[in-house]
Design a protein around this ligand. Structure first.
Ligand code: NAD
Length: 286
């Protein structure tokens, strides 16, 4: 029987979320996505106008179908959390029920349950600043959007994840090694996300037998990565220094997510799984 996946953090066809959606769809899953409210209109209209049709092609030649797109802003847990300036913001006013709790409630009333929960989102307003120049506000915003957003998502979706289900997030090696340029508290946010992956694996495992893993992905030219500004350098560094000297494709991360979500990975939980051409294993550049 086909599984159903909810993937938070898809707003174009360039990022890891899109690639994960495709790999899960290719494996037979039904795809629901959560799209950041300010990016929703352009994503929906591009999809409708066929702008993504080429990237929707699955290995069997069919096109990936997204059954439903939910508006989502993962820095707000429920309507009481939403400040006035966001409520009245033009980019938000056209959508409703986009807090984490409401998104989970909407998925529940539309579909009853899911099998796979994917968190493929991050945001750090001061990412280009070194940690020593990061403000408290910027640091906490990075943690809120990139780490607590996952705690909240899993907390609110857990009641509707079927037994045997699985949850996956995306992390980056800047959590454990020095990556100059990945600033604004984003390195701290990924360290929190990885630590939380272990604790959440315990809690969700004991409560419901749900598995929780995070994929530590190598560099990809996504919209978010381009905003950081050093992505081309990181891709070049990886091709020069990694054991596998090829560019990483988003599909390789998508396929790992599909594996982790499948019964083939039934004993894997609490893990940080590297999908980075092996770069993490190097001690020095060569
Ligand atoms: P992306 O731009 O495709 O994805 C980031 C998504 O987050 C966007 O769709 C954006 O709209 C969404 N988003 C931002 N704030 C949000 C919020 N408050 N609520 C809901 N959605 C929000 O870029 P990506 O690089 O594919 O990022 C996906 C994940 O992969 C992130 O966790 C990122 O840190 C991780 N990652 C990326 C790289 C890389 O090199 N691109 C490497 C390792 C890990």
């Amino acid at each position: 029987k086909g599984k159903r996946a909810f993937i938070a953090g898809v707003a174009d066809d360039n990022g890891y979320g899109w690639a994960i959606a495709k790999s899960l769809a290719a494996a037979g899953a039904e795809i629901l996505v959560g799209t950041w409210v300010p990016a929703l209109n352009i994503f929906e209209s591009s999809l409708r106008r066929g702008k993504f049709d080429e990237s929707r092609v699955l290995p069997d030649g069919s096109l990936m179908e997204i059954t439903k797109i939910y508006p989502l802003d993962a820095v707000f847990d429920n309507p009481e959390d939403v400040p006035e300036d966001i409520k009245t913001n033009k980019r938000y006013a056209g959508s409703s029920k986009w807090t984490v709790q409401e998104a989970a409630e909407s998925v529940k009333s539309d579909f009853g349950s899911i099998d796979i929960l994917v968190h493929s989102l991050a945001n750090g307003p001061e990412v280009v600043k070194p940690l020593l120049e990061t403000s408290r506000k910027g640091y906490l915003a990075a943690l809120s959007a990139s780490s607590y957003s996952y705690v909240s998502l899993l907390k609110h979706f857990l009641p509707i994840i079927n037994p045997g289900g699985s949850s996956i997030s995306l992390t980056y090696i800047a959590s454990e090694r020095i990556i100059p340029g990945y600033g604004g508290g984003m390195s701290s946010a990924k360290a929190a996300l990885e630590s939380d992956t272990r604790v959440l694996a315990f809690e969700a495992g004991r409560r419901k037998g749900i598995r929780v893993n995070t994929i530590s992905a190598g560099p990809l030219r996504s919209r978010a990565a381009k905003a950081i500004g050093f992505i081309d350098m990181m891709i070049d560094y990886s091709s020069a220094n990694a054991p596998l000297q090829k560019e990483l494709s988003a599909e390789e991360v998508g396929n790992t997510a599909a594996f982790l979500a499948s019964p083939l990975a039934s004993a894997i939980t609490g893990g940080v799984i590297y999908v980075d051409n092996g770069l993490n294993a190097m001690g020095v550049g060569v």
